[in-house]
Design a binder for this molecule. Structure first.
Ligand SMILES: [Zn+2]
Length: 405
């Protein structure tokens, strides 16, 4: 299985691309953006049915993997003969709108202005969902015979970790893809993999006392101040030097803080969350230990104070990437080349649902329309041209991985 790709055949490509229709793609995307699927609570049923209906009409077999009723995960498949399984994955759930007065286009209006569709999820991730669905539709309508199986896997739950979404699908023994293309905003660049994450909870413990008698206590917030400064001065510069050709450098962000119990009490506890994003070569446990070492040194000599550093609830994950010559990225890179798009491989510096597939041993790359810098913002938008381009590229990648032509 997956014995490689061949040069994209001009005639076959023409047959498939003839069924990529800008008007239909735009309308499908607008329709999907107009179906709110905000997470939390993450009810994606209506959006999922919208995609399923489109694919069912083209002869795809519709299945769902569902653990929580409001969070079904679609598996729309088409298969013929022996051959590899290619799985398209993207997510239907979207983050909340935030204060709607910061939007100049209604977040679920899907207004089309100057070639851009505006709305929550327009880019993240309904542009990718649209391109994947419409690529599958184009392939089906072209009548080009496939050898193997194409699965369109649109999922719930991505914005809160994917446990009830992509992870369920990736763990299912009936879903065993040879190739996974995860749709997220890469500006239609081919991302060979993604950074890892190793977020840590750091807690400084002191001793409570009356706020008027501070010498009787040990102030945990003061201690945490030293820890944060030490992380900035000692660790940050090291991370900036820890680079990898595919990714942005290793990084840390102190993203949350809490401490103290009352205005007139010396705090006995203060916690921060350090959002650590890691490059190949770093491991979650080594990253945890590195933070711990800095933190312990920062408060050394303060009697009655100690610090604990634990990996966050997900436990962390290493970065992953495949090689540009592997069949999956090769097919995607050739599609971009064929279409005259950027065919220089790169990496994705944010987390995606791809990690759940990689954890099960399935190769995954990331590719999709939209700019990650616009995700989760007010007035999120995507260019219709980008969505059309992605539709073409997904379709051609499927052609080279799943057909003999
Ligand atoms: Zn996303």
């Amino acid at each position: 299985m997956g014995d490689g790709t061949r040069e994209i055949n001009q005639e076959t490509a023409k047959k498939v691309l003839a069924h990529v229709d800008e008007q239909e793609i735009t309308e499908f995307l607008q329709g999907l953006v107009r179906i709110p699927s905000v997470n939390p609570p993450g009810d994606v049923r209506a959006g999922m049915k919208y995609c399923a209906d489109k694919l069912a009409a083209e002869g795809f077999t519709i299945d769902y993997i569902t653990e929580e009723e409001e969070k079904p995960n679609l598996l729309a498949s088409k298969s013929d003969g022996d051959g590899p399984t290619l799985l398209f994955n993207a997510h239907i759930d979207v983050v909340p709108t935030g204060d709607e007065s910061n939007w100049s286009h209604p977040p679920f209006g899907a207004e089309l202005v100057n070639g851009r569709v505006y709305g929550r999820g327009a880019g993240d991730d309904k542009a990718s969902v649209t391109a994947q669905v419409m690529a599958a539709v184009a392939l089906a309508r072209s009548g080009v015979p496939i050898k193997g199986k194409l699965i369109v896997n649109e999922v719930a739950d991505e914005e809160v970790g994917g446990v009830l979404g992509a992870q369920l699908c990736a763990n299912d023994p009936n879903v065993q893809p040879d190739f996974v293309i995860v749709g997220e905003q890469t500006l239609n660049r081919v991302c060979l993999g993604e950074k890892g994450g190793a977020g840590c909870n750091v807690t400084v413990y002191g001793r409570a006392a009356h706020g008027a008698l501070p010498w009787e206590g040990v102030n945990a917030i003061d201690g945490m101040g030293k820890v944060i400064v030490a992380l900035q001065n000692e660790l940050q510069p090291i991370l900036a030097e820890r680079t990898h050709p595919l990714f942005k450098p290793s990084s840390m962000t102190v993203s949350m803080i809490s401490g103290g119990v009352k205005a007139n009490v010396v705090p006995d506890q203060c916690s921060i969350y350090v959002d650590r994003r890691i490059v190949p070569g770093e491991t979650p446990e080594a990253v945890r230990k590195e933070i711990e070492d800095v933190a312990i040194r920062a408060i050394a000599g303060i009697e009655g104070m100690r610090v604990e550093v634990e990996l966050g609830p997900m436990g962390g994950r290493e970065a992953h990437h495949c090689e540009p010559g592997d069949p999956l990225p090769k097919a995607m890179l050739e599609a971009n080349e064929f279409l005259g798009f950027n065919a220089e491989p790169t990496g994705f510096s944010m987390g995606t649902d791809g990690r759940h597939f990689v954890a099960n041993g399935y190769p995954a790359i990331v590719y999709g329309p939209g700019d990650p810098a616009l995700a989760h913002q007010p007035d999120e938008w995507v260019g219709v041209d980008e969505v059309v381009d992605a539709t073409k590229a997904y379709a051609l990648a499927a052609v080279s991985l799943l057909t003999d032509e």
